[in-house]
Write a protein that binds this ligand. Structure first.
Ligand code: APR
Length: 238
């Protein structure tokens, strides 16, 4: 078997990869998520004005995500790890990549199963599927808030993510509209000339995708196809 194990595949994923696991995407639902206006609950202003509603929104999402199972797209990416050095960079706050078995998962926008103190963003605790209530505090006495990146907040993981993309031999994008910055800018860090693939049932917008291979399928079908294609190109029997 050729030694592809040292080749690095960077995979940028978004809400579309979890759609077939029953978790709604953002823009396909017109910015409304289970009746909540995302812009009204995923911002620091919303937290200041109405923290109760913000917590309810994330408690609901946390419960849904904890009950969701990875689909064949998450599983195909985990399988690629048997042959390649795979780095997942996800905008998703669910843990379906981890549930599928992926080892290297960087969460750009945080994680639903974690909470942190409002007084110290480094004081992060695991809460699993449990809800956060007003009055639940971290050990420094600060109210717990979801460990997610809201619109208008810094994205501390963007720099390590950009480094990972800059070291990639192959770049893959699955199920993201790539309209939200700074995540959308990550593809610019890819070394010139590397193979680039996108799996999305819609036509990608707003970017020059000419040098990308577009697998125009839902992730559940498209990602396993992509896995087979990459294995074939490296003469590996999956
Ligand atoms: N398989 C693959 N792709 C799909 C599927 C599917 N089954 N269903 C939808 N898609 C595609 C859509 O065509 C679209 O390109 O997934 C993408 C979803 O885009 P968005 O809803 O914009 O989600 P995402 O790109 O992850 O959003 C980025 O915005 O709201 C914020 O912080 C939030 O992380 C999120 C960020």
């Amino acid at each position: 078997m050729p030694n592809a194990g040292s080749k690095k595949i960077a995979v940028i994923t978004g809400a579309g990869i979890s759609a077939e696991s029953g978790l709604a995407t953002f823009r396909d639902s017109g910015g409304l998520w289970e009746g909540y206006d995302i812009g009204q609950v995923a911002t620091p202003e919303a937290w200041r004005k109405d923290p109760q509603t913000v917590l309810e929104f994330y408690n609901l999402r946390r419960k849904q995500a904890s009950e969701a199972q990875p689909n064949s797209a998450h599983l195909a990416l985990a399988e690629l790890e048997h042959h390649f050095d795979v780095q997942i960079i996800t905008q998703n706050v669910d843990d379906l990549h981890e549930k599928a078995g992926s080892k290297n998962v960087l969460h750009l926008h945080g994680e639903l199963k974690k909470a942190r103190s409002v007084k110290n963003q480094e004081l992060i605790i695991d809460i699993g599927a449990k809800p956060i209530r007003m009055g639940d505090t971290a050990e420094d006495g600060g109210q717990l808030r979801p460990h997610v990146v809201w619109f208008g907040e810094m994205v501390p993981m963007i720099e390590p993510a950009a480094i990972q993309v800059s070291q990639a031999d192959i770049l893959v994008v699955i199920g993201t509209s790539l309209v939200v910055y700074p995540a959308a800018g990550l593809v610019e860090y890819a070394p010139a000339g590397i193979p680039k693939y996108i799996v999305d049932p819609s036509e990608p917008e707003l970017m020059n995708w000419n040098d990308w291979v577009h697998i125009k399928e839902k992730a559940g079908v498209g990602a396993p196809k992509l896995k087979d294609l990459i294995l074939k190109e490296h003469q590996i029997n999956g």
